[in-house]
Design a protein around this ligand. Structure first.
Ligand SMILES: C[S@@+](CC[C@H](N)C(=O)[O-])C[C@H]1O[C@@H](n2cnc3c(N)ncnc32)[C@H](O)[C@@H]1O
Length: 314
């Protein structure tokens, strides 16, 4: 995933010390001075076996082994931020996950959520998850729906996962059993931004999760494949936005430079106009002097002054 300008912008909300869950080989770049501990349900060795397609790619060292749906390794109200970058779609019980993330955040702490936009990923032929389904999984657990999730993933997503197609992975009922047996980290859920906000509302209603939306960046198909939400824990109203990042400073400087150039052009035009008026005034004065002496000069002076006064400013 390339580091887009919108990732940089969203990461400006991160300050202090917090966690990223499921960074794998692609940790979110964060501003200097920000300290991140990496949490995953698997160790690096297990992750290498789980994701053979990553080969020797460097992976982030895991600081804490922990499940996003059970972050008991962390105490309440301790984290300045939680980063869930392409993680929530991997959770069987996302309301439980959101509840845990918000539990460990301090009041006002930031939840960074990036999700793949199904229109432009291997989820493109799948239906979005109805919010009632997520609520039912929160209320009754995920045992009853697990197999259906794997079957749907194998049928509709795997045929579009490029590396699986290239590796000639065989699709079929056997594959469903295999993937379930190894708890393969599938996209259990599929959301667009509107349906994900319904999940946030359900988390509030069902699980008492208090999150306030601070910022949203839409997916730009062709440029990236994700949308990003920034939430703050348990506050009413918007936080003060963070200071502009380097990209915004560059834009502001460019705007300022353009305004200064415009102002300089206006001043130059005014100066030219002033010069013209002074020149015309001088001519008028000398004409009046001549006109005082010669009767014909009087007529000439009137004519010249009238035509000078009719001239439009340049
Ligand atoms: C697709 S990878 C995302 C990698 C990276 N964040 C990115 O944006 O490319 C999903 C990561 O989440 C981790 N993960 C999946 N389910 C998890 C869970 N329930 N608890 C903690 N980590 C989980 C996986 O082990 C993996 O490291």
């Amino acid at each position: 995933m390339k580091i887009t300008e919108k990732r940089h912008r969203a990461a400006r909300w991160l300050t202090g010390a917090g966690i990223e869950i499921g960074a794998l080989h692609n940790p979110l770049p964060v501003p200097a001075q920000v300290s991140v501990r990496y949490v995953d349900r698997l160790s690096v060795d297990e992750l290498r076996r789980h994701y053979p397609e990553l080969g020797d790619e460097p992976m982030v060292p895991i600081d804490l082994i922990g499940d996003a749906e059970n972050l008991s390794v962390l105490a309440d109200d301790t984290q300045d931020f939680v980063i869930a970058n392409h993680l929530l779609e991997h959770l069987e019980n996302p309301l439980r996950g959101l509840q845990e993330m918000v539990r460990v955040l301090r009041p006002g702490g930031i939840l960074y959520v990036a999700l793949p936009d199904p229109r432009v990923t291997f989820d493109r032929s799948r239906d979005q998850t109805p919010t009632d389904h997520v609520i039912a999984e929160y209320r009754h657990g995920t045992e009853a729906t697990r197999e259906a999730h794997y079957a749907e993933w194998v049928e509709r997503a795997e045929p579009l996962v490029e590396w699986m197609v290239a590796a000639g992975v065989a699709i079929g009922p056997q594959r469903v059993t295999e993937q379930m047996a190894r708890s393969y980290s599938i996209h259990f859920h599929v959301w667009r931004p509107e349906t994900f906000l319904e999940v946030i509302a359900a988390a509030r209603e069902e699980a008492g999760v208090s999150l306030e939306l601070q910022e949203f960046s839409a997916c730009r198909p062709g440029e990236d494949d994700e949308y990003i939400f920034i939430f703050a824990k348990g506050r009413n109203g918007l936080l003060v936005p963070p200071p502009p990042g380097p990209d915004q400073v560059a834009t502001l400087s460019e705007q300022l430079r353009r305004q200064e150039t415009d102002a300089a052009a206006t001043i130059a035009a005014l100066e030219r106009e002033l010069e013209r008026v002074s020149r015309d005034t001088a001519i008028l004065r000398s004409l009046r002097r001549v006109a005082g002496r010669v009767p014909f000069g009087m007529v000439l002076a009137r004519w010249v002054s009238r035509s000078l006064l009719r001239r439009q400013p340049t």
